[in-house]
Design a protein around this ligand. Structure first.
Ligand SMILES: CC(C)(COP(=O)(O)OP(=O)(O)OC[C@H]1O[C@@H](n2cnc3c(N)ncnc32)[C@H](O)[C@@H]1OP(=O)(O)O)[C@@H](O)C(=O)NCCC(=O)NCCS
Length: 342
């Protein structure tokens, strides 16, 4: 791989790391590469959402996407910067989704810029035209979006802002589950029943068009049963706890809404509120709140160790935010999507 002059002067080089490597040095380097995201987030935000190295190994490659992982490595083989480039393979073939972090003690030496330049080169090599990257900052941080300012100076345009909200299971009000007339609310732990896979694929497809994506050039995802099964298998392989609630339309028998909460095996006190969707033609019946209340009730029973749940919502997504507020979620941080056309 090409060495970038500014960081070569600092004794740092960029290398590609590979999650499938079994040779001990390469294996340890991948672990250290994953650790950069974790350490950078802990430093910048006081908490981390970074995935464990083994989770990244499992999730890095699928029929839906491939990833290219770049490490900035010092002369004594310490990994001080990391970039992860995700290339969707089934749709959004114009996109490259970038994650980028430099260890706090190694910033302002050109390492981030070198990783970005290499990531953009890889993006071009794969025939992609658009790079997406996220920055995060706490709502009470007077410095604001400093990493976003860095991205802005490198040609990225702000494309969307999201709230990161936290729900404290120990203090939030316990809302009574309810079922809107004409529907059934069904909950499941783990992988949902196979009979619902076709409906789940349709809901996942609609999620990729009906959630607000701001100015990001994110286009419809191509979901089918096979893709749902592949994701289920990967989440099972990494031991993710899963709580689903589905809304079934009693007239048609079809699923018309869903919500999912996941509990990482490595962090049993923490859960993630994932996608929630009610199909357009079924909105206005309080199904969104019914789904979330049902999932929260099952989460409490099945995962009593969970203390907090995190979620991200577009700031313009007023209906979802209103439901979250009713549940007891409070915004603690912003995430901004940045987009650059190469
Ligand atoms: C954003 C981030 C990746 C930048 O990494 P970095 O290695 O500090 O990046 P660079 O050194 O290339 O650029 C940082 C600044 O240092 C300056 N700089 C570069 N080399 C320098 C040197 N030798 N001496 C002093 N300053 C230098 C750059 O000009 C740049 O200035 P700017 O802030 O005015 O644009 C890093 O802060 C980080 O990990 N943030 C948290 C994760 C994140 O937000 N990722 C998304 C990024 S879009």
């Amino acid at each position: 791989m090409a060495v970038h002059d500014p960081i070569a002067a600092a004794g740092v080089r960029l290398v590609e790391v590979d999650g499938s490597a079994t040779e001990p040095v390469a294996h340890a380097r991948y672990d250290a590469w994953a650790g950069v995201f974790d350490k950078a987030q802990l430093h910048d935000l006081g908490r981390s959402d970074a995935w464990s190295p083994d989770n990244l190994r499992e999730l890095g490659h699928a029929t839906t996407h491939r990833t290219v992982s770049l490490a900035a490595v010092t002369e004594d083989d310490k990994v001080v910067g990391a970039a992860k480039i995700t290339l969707p393979l089934r749709e959004n073939l114009h996109l490259s989704v970038l994650e980028l972090a430099v260890l706090p003690g190694w910033r302002r030496r050109g390492i981030g810029s070198a990783l970005l330049a290499e990531a953009e080169e890889i993006t071009r090599t794969h025939g992609r035209t658009t790079v997406l990257v996220e920055t995060d900052w706490n709502v009470d941080d007077p410095a604001g979006d400093v990493h976003g300012e860095w991205a802005g100076r490198r040609g990225f345009a702000p494309a969307q802002i999201m709230f990161m909200s936290v729900y404290d299971v120990r203090t939030a009000p316990v809302l009574e589950p309810f079922t809107p007339t004409g529907y059934a609310i069904e909950t499941h732990l783990g992988v949902p029943p196979d009979a619902d896979t076709t409906d789940r694929a349709y809901l996942a497809r609609r999620m990729s068009t009906d959630a607000p994506f701001g100015e990001t050039d994110w286009r419809e995802e191509d979901w089918d049963e096979e893709r749902v099964h592949e994701l289920d298998a990967k989440l099972t392989a990494i031991g993710r706890g899963r709580v689903h609630a589905f809304a079934r339309d009693l007239a048609s028998g079809c699923l018309v809404g869903f919500t999912e909460v996941q509990v990482p095996a490595e962090a049993p006190h923490l859960a993630y509120q994932q996608d929630t969707l009610v199909l357009r033609e079924h909105r206005g019946h309080r199904l969104g709140l019914a789904l979330k209340v049902a999932a929260a009730a099952l989460l409490r029973r099945a995962y009593p160790d969970v203390e907090t749940v995190r979620t991200w919502n577009a700031v313009e997504n007023e209906h979802m935010l209103a439901i979250n507020e009713a549940m007891g979620y409070a915004p603690v941080a912003y995430t901004r999507e940045w987009q650059k056309r190469l």
